[in-house]
Design a binder for this molecule. Structure first.
Ligand code: SOE
Length: 396
């Protein structure tokens, strides 16, 4: 790695819970393993509780703090605003930051509604005319096995895609005694499993296949309608306190979809799959081959090559830990494997590289809006109990 001085990229991070911590480690780590064209500086961390904020800034490595996020947007020593707060704040923060000339990285889902996502995309397009960039954080695109899956499809190794099967399975609210965290409140999170984890598999399947979802037919369910109010917030659920409150989002989403290239898809997103912790499972079947990925075995991609003779053909387990694989060469000697946090680090690498080149990083806000439209179609289809709901493709 060269040690030539690089221009700084001064980052202001909004939020310091689970995602804030994941992004902090990415900003800290990326320049130590990758030869980045810009040098990220952890300039300022924002949050409302001054005591907790000071502790988080010390723990996560931030140089200063602000208890009002607007100050971060206004500060002259901030080049990029990274938004890791609940969805109800994304639109206001991102639009203010873009209007102030700051680049923006915004956690998924982009917004809580299509209208907000449209406003954010319009602000991003306006800012792009001045070289200001916006990206949405669909981190799992940066898992090496996922990036390899996309490459195999793009190289034609799967032929024409016929089937896409996607699940995102967690179990952290399967216990009815788990508290009513913000992720279970519609006004904060927009939707439940659908937006929180279903958004990831919509993005991932589109990323891998290079196609988009054109229509859906869906069911949503809320299994546990009342939960204890939280006494304190924790990494995900927090600690239960006194009193009960209403769950106002879906606990699970199941839907059928069609892709632009004609493939049929099934999607399942739930936080009630007991024993499944972070199982993002994607299988794609094409006319020439198939592939299968499970995040619980994230360093592996399974590939079936239809051109192999029947006698020896079978799914091969590709261990995606070799220097030839996407992102891997920067890390450990061959075979040593990566984890959850590396996706966030790769996200910083790709973002910083695009910014330095004056290019639009992906996924853009327009990409985030397109996913938002799929989520919205799922909600409308489930509410209407309709058979099929087309997705608006205007402007994406
Ligand atoms: C909670 O379900 C969650 O933290 C999601 O919000 C993240 O996007 C995912 O990476 C892990 O699970």
């Amino acid at each position: 790695m060269t040690s030539a001085p690089r221009p700084p990229l001064r980052v202001g991070l909004l939020g310091y819970a689970f995602m804030g911590a994941a992004h902090s480690q990415a900003w800290r780590t990326a320049p130590h393993f990758f030869d980045l064209p810009l040098r990220p500086e952890l300039t300022v961390l924002a949050g409302r509780d001054a005591t907790a904020l000071a502790a988080a800034a010390g723990r996560l490595g931030w140089g200063s703090t602000e208890t009002d996020w607007r100050r971060v947007v206004e500060r002259d020593d901030v080049d990029l605003v990274d938004i890791c707060t609940p969805g109800d704040t994304h639109a206001e923060m991102a639009i203010a930051a873009l209007e102030a000339g700051k680049h923006v990285l915004c956690e998924k889902p982009l917004a809580n509604s299509v209208a907000e996502a449209e406003a954010m995309t319009a602000a991003a397009e306006k800012a792009a005319a001045h070289g200001v960039r916006a990206m949405v954080g669909f981190t799992y695109r940066r898992v090496p096995a996922v990036a390899l899956a996309r490459k195999l499809v793009a190289d034609g190794r799967l032929g024409q895609i016929r089937h896409v099967r996607a699940q995102y399975l967690q179990d952290w609210i399967a216990d009815p005694a788990a508290p009513l965290s913000w992720r279970l409140q519609k006004e904060k999170a927009g939707s439940g499993a659908l937006g929180d984890i279903g958004a990831h598999i919509v993005d991932l399947t589109q990323f891998i296949t290079g196609q988009t979802v054109t229509g859906v037919s869906a069911v949503l369910e809320t299994f546990v309608r009342k939960r204890p109010l939280p006494a304190s917030t924790g990494t995900l659920g927090g600690v239960a306190g006194e009193g009960m409150g209403e769950v106002t989002v879906d606990d699970a989403a199941v839907f059928l979809g069609r892709f632009t290239g004609g493939a049929l898809a099934t999607f399942e997103a739930t936080r009630f799959a007991l024993g499944r912790k972070n199982a993002i499972r994607i299988e794609v079947n094409g006319s020439a081959g198939s592939l299968a990925f499970d995040f619980e075995d994230m360093n592996v991609l399974k590939f079936f090559d239809g051109a192999e003779p029947g006698e020896t053909a079978g799914f091969r387990r590709i261990v995606v830990t070799e220097p030839e694989h996407p992102y891997v060469a920067a890390w450990w000697p061959a075979g040593h494997g990566l984890g959850y946090e590396h996706g966030f680090t790769h996200q910083v690498v790709d973002l910083v590289t695009a910014l330095a080149a004056g290019e639009q990083p992906t996924p853009s806000f327009a990409d985030g809006l397109q996913v938002q439209r799929v989520l919205d179609a799922v909600e409308r289809s489930a509410a209407d109990r309709s058979t099929w709901t087309d997705i608006d493709t205007e402007g994406v």
